[in-house]
Ligand binder design. Structure first.
Ligand SMILES: [Zn+2]
Length: 158
């Protein structure tokens, strides 16, 4: 999981860092830096142990920041199995209301077919769903008229 304590704020663009120095500069552990290295942080080619250029560390943090800002933007939902934001299969989602204003958008992950859920309100539904086709399910069963639970036969006709 992304850890907000990690930051490239103290990384100098023109410096080079080994794993331990990169860890210190970003507030991470060396193990985390190695993990970043496996997940897209570029090291200087042909050097072992790895050396990272400050400019690459900064770029890596920038990319992560961008991903975090819009992981589930309009038309996208988060699949917990794939651990990624996806556009739901068939470009379709269902909206299941669970109150007068709130509900859950449900879509299928296009890769693993897991159900992806996203909280939404009727007011933000359009913004959340983006270009997706939304079907609203069992919308008003609880909002429509409910039978009077304590109808009193003696009161009939006054
Ligand atoms: Zn998935």
């Amino acid at each position: 999981m992304a850890n907000r304590r990690h930051s490239a704020r103290h990384v100098k663009r023109l410096r080079s860092y080994n794993v331990r120095e990169a860890a210190k500069a970003t507030g991470a552990t060396p193990g985390t830096v190695r993990h970043w290295h496996k997940n897209g942080l570029e090291a200087v080619v042909g050097v072992y142990p790895p050396i990272f250029r400050g400019v690459d560390i900064i770029a890596f943090f920038k990319r992560r920041e961008d991903d975090r800002k819009r992981p589930c933007g309009p038309g996208r939902m988060f699949c917990f199995r794939c651990k990624e934001a996806k556009t739901p299969a068939f470009g379709e989602v269902e909206f299941w209301p669970d109150g007068p204003k709130l509900g859950t958008l449900r879509g299928l992950c296009p890769e693993c077919a897991a159900t992806m859920n996203k909280r939404a309100s009727l007011a933000t539904l359009r913004a959340s769903a983006g270009d997706l086709k939304v079907s609203i399910r069992c919308a008003d069963s609880r909002l429509s008229e409910t039978p009077e639970p304590n109808s009193n036969p003696h009161s009939e006709g006054g």
